[in-house]
Design a protein around this ligand. Structure first.
Ligand code: FES
Length: 576
């Protein structure tokens, strides 16, 4: 049997009789010549383009470049839309819809006459959503992320999207910035196509896709408006046709070794805590064993090499010009921190891809010998009676003096409850207080939004306090900073111990020991649990109902329980 005969698209376009006529004839309404049905690989281009997802708004142009490459390599490209998730627009949170995108894209890939797919993503959730879909269908796939925006420029300095927002808000509250200045700064922060140009979740997940071997080297860092992004997209179009012919699938690329590479790269770039949840969810689709504790164990030996906001100084454009992710991966490989033989979409191992990758600026990309931050300062996994399923904290975004801290809890059942009092000069709070914000988890909010790093109480900001310990079952934007314990599992809405904390309880955070302890006796917690009542359901119908009934906890990647695993790419029954 030839490779062409194995192509699933021939079961549509190679069919005789009425069904084949229907498949071909309606496609010809687009003006394609009949040769496109000659058995060549049909390549779907899944685009998450939308004007409601501004980070992805240029993906139509990227798709055109991919098409060029597919045509060049002898394939037949067909672009199709997949749910666009705009982080800044969607309420209650784009994360509520990541699994819906994954489910939609999976079904579209399987139900259509596709032999391979190119995945076009950008904004935070679109990258993991499409990777989860590709993992469950397991058709040959290449990702092309849309690239970061150019550096923001405000009053002569670089400003990072997202990261600057938190600082501008504090400056507004304390009177260091006027509302007019703030409005002007908005336009300076986001001044080109592309996703956030800090090492936020979008940049992190683009880097994860590259580290996993699912996108071509340098794909994560070319700015969205750089000609080389379009050149890389065209190359990806050529590559996917080869992957179909070689039958190289995501399950052969995203192996345990690939995930270990991604986790170590995430530590080296100072990446977002959101990568933890997304990588767990992708691994779950592939049956790759991966646990929360792997993130702590694998990251402990890895120093942070990249000096980027929110942990550091620079932005993605600088990272690109300094050598991009290959320079980081080369450095890890030289220290034995990379599985060099993990196969990638290039057909070569991760090590071969980055051998000889230059670094042009050691201010931006440091070495393992002289890192930006020492090994062991990445994302840590905490456990204890307050988080029996685990919680995470980004050490590099935290204040060192707070990593060991004991304080009294001040508890709020929602961010809205907190913000209703946070400006009150009589709020009973000081810099030692531990703010507990709960019912923000997958079921609780619902969707586990990025609300955990609540702004500090105004009275503390006015006193010059810039950080305090916060604990939450929600997430934090990858662009944000602060000593914030995140992803507490089980969440409050699922009856986790977080639901039992009361204002005035003592809480001890000990990051070096990896513990999070509520200093309340087991008997007292049992008594409190007996009086606890779960919150009323958010919905009785629709997606929110389905989601809250089936979503798993953060330590399992917050996927839906019935979406774990793969259904493959078998061709469904004929439609006519
Ligand atoms: Fe889309 Fe930041 S809002 S990447």
């Amino acid at each position: 049997m030839t490779a062409e005969n194995r192509l699933r698209s021939t079961q549509w376009f190679g069919a005789t009789g009425r069904a084949g006529m229907a498949h071909r004839s309606w496609m010809r309404s687009q003006g394609f010549t009949p040769e496109v049905f000659d058995g060549r690989p049909v390549i779907g281009i899944a685009t998450t383009w939308s004007e409601l997802a501004p980070c992805n708004v240029h993906l139509h142009r990227v798709a055109e470049s991919v098409k060029r490459g597919v045509w060049q390599a002898g394939g037949f490209p067909l672009e199709f839309p997949a749910m666009a998730l705009g982080e800044t627009m969607l309420r209650p949170t784009a994360m509520l819809y990541r699994n819906l995108l994954a489910m939609e894209a999976e079904e579209l890939m399987r139900a259509n006459p596709l032999d391979g797919v190119v995945l076009l993503s950008g904004c935070d959730k679109t990258t993991p959503g499409l990777l989860m879909a590709a993992a469950s269908v397991d058709l040959p796939a290449v990702m092309v992320t849309g690239g970061p925006m150019l550096n923001g420029k405000y009053q002569g300095t670089d400003v990072g999207s997202g990261t600057a927002v938190w600082r501008f808000e504090e400056d507004l509250v304390t009177g260091r910035m006027t509302q007019e200045e703030c409005a002007f700064a908005e336009g300076c922060m986001a001044r080109s196509n592309g996703h956030c140009m800090t090492m936020g979740t979008a940049s992190t997940m683009a880097s994860m896709a590259e580290a996993l071997g699912m996108q071509l080297p340098y794909s994560a860092t070319w700015p969205a408006v750089d000609a080389r992004r379009y050149e890389t997209a065209q190359r990806a179009g050529q590559v996917i046709v080869g992957l179909v012919r070689d039958d190289l699938r995501p399950s052969a690329i995203m192996t345990r070794a690939a995930f270990e590479n991604a986790i170590r790269v995430n530590a080296a770039i100072g990446g977002s805590t959101n990568a933890v949840i997304h990588l767990l969810a992708i691994a779950g689709r592939l049956g790759v064993p991966l646990t929360l504790d792997d993130f702590d164990a694998l990251a402990r030996d890895v120093p942070t090499l990249v000096n980027l906001q929110p942990n550091g100084q620079y932005l993605m454009e600088d990272f690109c010009y300094a050598g991009g992710l290959p320079a980081v991966m080369r450095e890890l490989a030289a220290s034995g921190l990379l599985h060099a033989d993990a196969i990638t979409v290039t057909g070569s191992g991760a090590g071969a891809n980055v051998a000889g990758a230059p670094c042009w600026n050691r201010e931006v990309i440091k070495t393992v010998a002289e890192p930006f931050q020492p090994a062991g300062t990445g994302t840590a996994v905490l456990r204890g009676n307050l988080a029996p399923g685990g919680a995470v904290i980004k050490q590099s975004a935290s204040s060192p003096h707070l990593l060991k801290h004991r304080g009294r809890a001040l508890v709020f059942d929602s961010p809205a409850d907190y913000y209703a009092t946070s400006n009150d000069p009589d709020l009973d709070v000081d810099e030692d207080t531990v703010l507990v914000i709960r019912y923000c988890g997958p079921r609780g909010y619902p969707g586990m939004p990025e609300v955990s790093n609540v702004a500090l109480p105004r009275k503390l900001l006015l006193r010059g306090v810039r950080d305090m310990v916060r604990i939450c079952d929600g997430r934090m934007s990858g662009t944000a900073y602060g000593t914030v314990v995140l992803h507490v599992s089980p969440e409050a809405a699922a009856g986790g111990p977080l639901a039992l904390v009361r204002t005035g309880d003592w809480i001890t955070l000990d990051v070096p020991a990896r513990t999070l302890t509520l200093e309340v006796s087991g008997e007292e917690l049992t008594a409190r649990r007996a009086r606890w009542e779960p919150p009323a359901p958010h919905a009785s119908r629709g997606w929110t109902y389905l989601y809250t009934e089936h979503v798993m906890q953060a330590d399992a990647g917050a996927d839906l329980d019935f979406l774990v695993g793969a259904s493959g790419h078998q061709v469904p029954k004929d439609s006519h």
